[in-house]
Design a protein around this ligand. Structure first.
Ligand code: SAH
Ligand code: DHB
Ligand code: MG
Length: 222
């Protein structure tokens, strides 16, 4: 088992079931050209997000961590015309690249990007008493996950689905000697999920073109 094989299998699956298109290709090439890190979800993971949101009938989606808008585009494609996606991003440069990518993909009217630290944007949304979100994708700085989860719960209803990316970190999550703040925070996040009786969740490991990682999925039950 090796990364080359994982990538070959991803190429096969992606070419069959979640092929790229002009909007997605240009999103990645413009993100590269602008110097953004290549830490977007893989194409088949993007398609999985789209399918999960669509199968849930999501009309309001919240994303925490926009980058160049790659996952945003997959998620927004799940929405009906009257749907809405709010994506939170710290870096105005990332948000500008994302805005142009999302507009080019024809999804501009569905997506609002809010620039600033996600925790403040989440508090603003709570203060504005916005309608609860149906589907939430947490994918910003890993140190923030415990707080993003707590604030996301306040923006949820019974039935809201929350997905968190990067919860395995090439297995570092079980390294008892890890001092990486990101790993420690993701572990705290998973422990909070486990002890929070308002949610029911799981986590799965993934391998592929983006290496070895995993995501957590949970549903708000009360
Ligand atoms: N969801 C994207 C990838 C997001 S990468 C995709 O799959 O295509 C993580 C993003 O979170 C980066 O753009 C980074 O700038 C942003 N970020 C980091 N710290 C943040 C913070 N405190 N608040 C909001 N966004 C943050
Ligand atoms: C990193 C962040 C991500 O969201 C991701 O999917 C992969 C890596 C990172 O910060 O290293
Ligand atoms: Mg991620």
């Amino acid at each position: 088992m090796n990364e080359e094989l994982w990538s070959d299998v991803d190429s096969y699956l992606v070419s069959l079931l979640s092929p790229s298109d002009d909007a997605l290709d240009k999103t990645l090439s413009d993100s590269d050209a602008a110097g953004l890190p290549q830490i977007n979800v893989a194409p088949n993971q993007g398609k999985l997000l789209e399918l999960l949101a669509k199968s849930h009938g999501a009309r309001r989606i919240l994303e925490i961590g926009t980058l160049g808008g790659y996952s945003t585009i997959w998620l927004a494609r799940s929405l009906p015309e009257s749907g809405k996606l709010i994506s939170l991003e710290l870096e105005s440069k990332h948000a500008d690249v994302a805005r142009s990518n999302i507009d080019r993909a024809g999804l501009g009217s569905l997506v609002e990007i809010r620039v600033g630290p996600a925790a403040s944007s989440l508090r603003d949304l709570i203060g504005e008493k916005v309608a609860p979100f149906d589907f939430i994708f947490i994918d910003a700085d890993k140190e923030g996950y415990p707080e993003y989860f707590a604030l996301s719960l306040e923006l949820s209803r019974v039935g809201t689905v929350i997905i968190a990316d990067n919860v395995v970190r090439a297995g570092e999550i079980v390294n008892p000697r890890s001092e990486d703040e990101r790993v420690l925070a993701v572990r705290t996040f998973l422990e909070i999920v486990a002890s929070e009786d308002r949610v029911e969740g799981t986590a799965v490991q993934t391998v592929g073109s983006k290496g070895y990682d995993g995501f957590a999925m949970l549903i708000v039950t009360k």
